[in-house]
Design a protein around this ligand. Structure first.
Ligand SMILES: [Zn+2]
Length: 390
């Protein structure tokens, strides 16, 4: 392996971040904590993996170039080594218990092999303040063998005292070329590649979702919301919101099945009998609570897909209204509908509807009722349509 390829294909889309990490490795000045700022899923996994490999490779040709073939490299590459560990929030946020029990325990455990352990915290901006304060103690006296990688979209959500102890790396959304390549890798049909790559909004994660035919079909429905409301009137607001939430709930189905299997496997291991006896005190409630949090989060992810769709459609309407070229459209495959709807919804109302999308997300962040919040958003789109029609 030579050059950037050794850092993984996704990392190739983040040349500035790779350069900074390579320089730090060559100078033997790898910081104890890095803050990787940018949208999720754009190469963070590769960056962390390559850093862990370079730091621990048994036969590295250079400090910034792991061999990729020694036993340590292979284990890290397959995510099978304690030298690289990933923490993900269970549901909406990291809580102080997780930091105290899991992060502290992992960071302070002594190494049995290798030189430095890379601990990757995804969505670190979703740690609440008590969790951040608990983490701060770890950062103030960093175990020498640990390298933290905190990933955040919103760095302003992190305490200044944490930010000041991290070296910052920026990661950026992917370009359309990279997304086209990924779409082909995912088996998206040739005639859909361009549309999916544009609709991905720079995110390989969203692209992977859109490669799913169920999500692609839902996207067409979401993009058709302005038309549906224009034709059907405000009476469609409530059923449309209900339909959106029902779809989002349906997306949780596979996860719920996995959770049921997980619970059954646990019961077998613990020897729980038919009447439910055999669970250690409090354990069943804890497992169920965790599963419920994850399922709620999965449902929110689906609603976010819908909000991304609607938001991108509204932005496209503004582009059409300002006579921009089709080339800037995210939803190029809906250009006809966009031109029609641009006549129906005045630009000032499109701007208000976009603000309503942002308000909807904020309300959902505060655990607002999804159906009610989506109704509010759809009403904000429908009312001006109705006013114009009347
Ligand atoms: Zn190696």
């Amino acid at each position: 392996m030579t050059g950037l390829a050794a850092w993984g294909r996704d990392a190739e889309e983040q040349p500035a971040a790779v350069r900074a990490l390579r320089e730090a490795l060559r100078a033997d000045e790898v910081a104890h904590a890095w803050l990787v700022v940018g949208p999720p899923g754009v190469g963070q996994a590769d960056l962390a993996r390559s850093l862990a490999m370079a730091l621990n490779c048994e036969q590295a040709a250079a400090p910034d170039e792991a061999c990729g073939t020694c036993a340590t490299c292979e284990r890290i590459a397959r995510d099978r080594d304690e030298l690289l560990q990933v923490f993900e929030p269970e549901g909406a946020a990291y809580v102080v218990d997780t930091v105290r029990t899991e992060w502290v325990a992992t960071a302070t455990r002594s190494l049995t092999a290798g030189r430095r352990r890379v601990l990757r915290i995804t969505a670190a901006d979703r740690a609440n303040v008590p969790a951040q304060n608990a983490f701060l103690k770890l950062l103030e006296e960093p175990p020498p063998s640990v390298v933290w990688i905190l990933e955040a979209e919103e760095e302003s959500a992190l305490l200044d005292t944490i930010l000041s102890r991290c070296r910052r790396l920026a990661v950026v959304p992917w370009g359309v070329d990279a997304l086209r390549r990924r779409a082909r890798d995912l088996g998206v049909a040739d005639e859909r590649v361009e549309a999916v790559a544009r609709a991905a909004l720079g995110s390989p994660n969203r692209l992977a979702d859109l490669a799913d035919p169920d999500v692609a079909a839902a996207r067409d429905r979401h993009l058709g919301v302005v038309d549906a409301l224009a034709v059907g009137g405000p009476g469609l607001v409530v059923p449309t919101a209900k339909g959106l939430v029902a779809w989002a709930k349906g997306r949780v189905g596979p996860l719920r099945e996995r959770h049921a299997e997980e619970l059954a496997a646990l019961e077998r291991d613990l020897g729980v009998d038919e009447s439910g006896r055999g669970w250690p005190p409090g354990m069943r409630a804890r497992v169920l609570k965790r599963q419920e949090r994850l399922e709620r989060f999965e449902q929110r992810r689906a609603i976010d897909l819908a909000l991304d769709d609607v938001g991108s459609y509204l932005r496209d309407l503004l582009a059409v209204q300002s006579a921009a070229s089709d080339d800037v459209l995210v939803n190029l495959d809906h250009a006809e509908a966009l031109r029609r709807d641009a006549q129906r919804l005045p630009a000032a109302d499109v701007v208000r509807a976009l603000a309503a999308v942002a308000r909807c997300r904020e309300a959902l962040d505060r655990n607002g009722n999804p159906e009610l919040q989506l109704e509010r958003l759809l009403m904000a789109i429908a009312l001006p349509l109705f006013r114009v029609a009347a």
